[in-house]
Design a protein around this ligand. Structure first.
Ligand code: GTP
Ligand code: MG
Length: 193
């Protein structure tokens, strides 16, 4: 069985735990605890260590999804989780521009640590005043002349919205291993999910 470990990271309330709960085929192992500080204004609970879920994408291939905490006090978990990751998704809440500075910090940190396939998943784009992808790219410090990662809208509450993002990562991974592999069977069957 081939296991691809995918880290789902991003700031508080971006939708990391929700994404993993929505797509996982097993009961998610989560470490959400009741929020007691200023976080309580945003939502009731927050991840303090990690989330874990699994999705089988082909006969002998599955994705193991690891969600990080979003709060800065648990930032050491980003380091622990990213070391063994094959790819990662940075979820960015397009409706909370005040979190973009922190998202930029996570992105910078991860790219210093690893060089692996990744993408930016924009959440909360259903809010009328959500930021546009181009503005978020600028705020994250992405350089348009320097081939930046895919930016994909994701609604973490909807499996159909999550699958294209996961497919994109699997395709990036396959292309890294062998540029001819974009036609491999797991990608084709995954696309039909
Ligand atoms: N309307 C809307 N709600 C969303 C979207 N994405 C996530 N949510 C909601 O936002 C909240 C996000 O909560 P979590 O999934 O716990 O967020 P998290 O990123 O795990 O947060 P921490 O663990 O605290 O860092 C949930 O209530 C989701 O249902 C979206 O795209 N649109
Ligand atoms: Mg969480």
């Amino acid at each position: 069985m081939e296991i691809l470990r995918i880290v789902v990271t991003g700031s508080v309330g971006a939708g990391k735990t929700t994404l993993i709960r929505t797509i996982s085929e097993i009961d998610v192992v989560d470490t959400d605890k009741r929020a007691t500080d200023e976080m309580a204004d945003i939502k009731d609970s927050t991840t303090v260590a990690l989330d874990f879920g699994r999705l089988t994408i082909a006969d002998q291939q599955s994705l193991h999804l690891y969600g990080t905490p979003g709060q800065v006090r648990f930032d050491f978990m980003w380091d622990i989780l990213i070391q063994k990751a094959h790819a990662y998704i940075l979820l960015v809440n397009a409706h909370r521009p005040e979190h973009l500075r922190f998202d930029r910090k996570i992105l910078h940190f991860l790219n210093q640590r690893v060089s692996i396939p990744h993408l930016i998943g924009l959440t909360h784009t259903d809010f009328a005043d959500a930021w546009e992808a181009e503005d978020i790219a600028i705020a994250l410090g992405l350089d348009p002349n320097n081939n930046y990662p895919p930016i994909i809208q994701i609604n973490p509450t909807q499996p159909q919205s999550i699958i294209p993002a996961l497919m994109n990562l699997v395709e990036q991974l396959a292309a890294d291993v062998d540029p001819e592999m974009n036609n491999c069977s797991s990608i084709q069957s995954f696309g039909q999910m």
